[in-house]
Write a protein of this length. Sequence first.
Length: 313
Amino acid sequence: MLQEKTKKRAVSYVSGFNAADPRLVGVHWLVKEMQAEELIHGDRAFRCVNGYEELVSIFRAQLAEANVAVRLATVVSDIKWKPGEVRITARGPDGTSIFAARQVIVTLPLGVWKAAPGQVGAVRLIPALAQDKITAMDKLEMGRVIRLVLQFRHRFWETISPADDKSKTLSDMSFLFSDDSWFPTWWTRMPDPAPVLTGWAPFECADRLSGKDRSFVIHRGLATLSSLLDVSLENLDGWLEGAHFHDWQNDPFARGAYSYGKVGADGAHEAWARPVDNTLFFAGEATDVTGNNGTVHGAIASGHRAADEILRG
């Protein structure tokens, strides 16, 4: 019985935290990820006070200071290349544009790299990548997650007591874990006292919700909270002030949440990150080689690594 419980917890961790398919995920990759977490106190939760917009604003200011032009709402369709020469075709608000350079850093999400030709968001590389690159990419997979953020009029959970201790309340609640088949994980913004709860629907939970409309996803989230916290659905609906969710699987420019290594993925991240002919350079969380793929800091580090490779070349 203990062994079964341990196995169930392991499966829940892999599918919940990594948004990965437990049938595909590689043990060696998991060990490397856990070792990387230990080096940075990965068991602790840190949050940007003002959200990731603040981080983006810092990067935007640094780019402006360096006179780097940023094109938003511009979709790349083709990357034609040969050693020392790149031509990129993209369509934006002003029509089609051609960009030329000697080298390029490509930061497409793994899910977009795997998109079939002709699908929205897919980028055609001419000529295509060599087989060793394709083999490395095939050993990596994209996790599935739907994230739901609910803002309430007040922190209603502050008046709720845990079932095992009526002398306490959930006022200091950070995370809420369950076996719910829709949203098994929730968290607050602690220590920020904002009346906000974030729901996390990974793996098969995401599959059930993916493609559903906004009202369905919000209703399922409220229904889960109603069941877990023993609060009427009517009250939750009345207290709700705002809601936002993102279906990353159905986002053509993401096609998933973040990457993980499959069985036999040893060396795949290194192979996927390796430059081609000192012309194509690769960044993005799936190219991190330190065990931090799937993270924001891994993505940022991969960009610095790719830029350093160009400068050293």
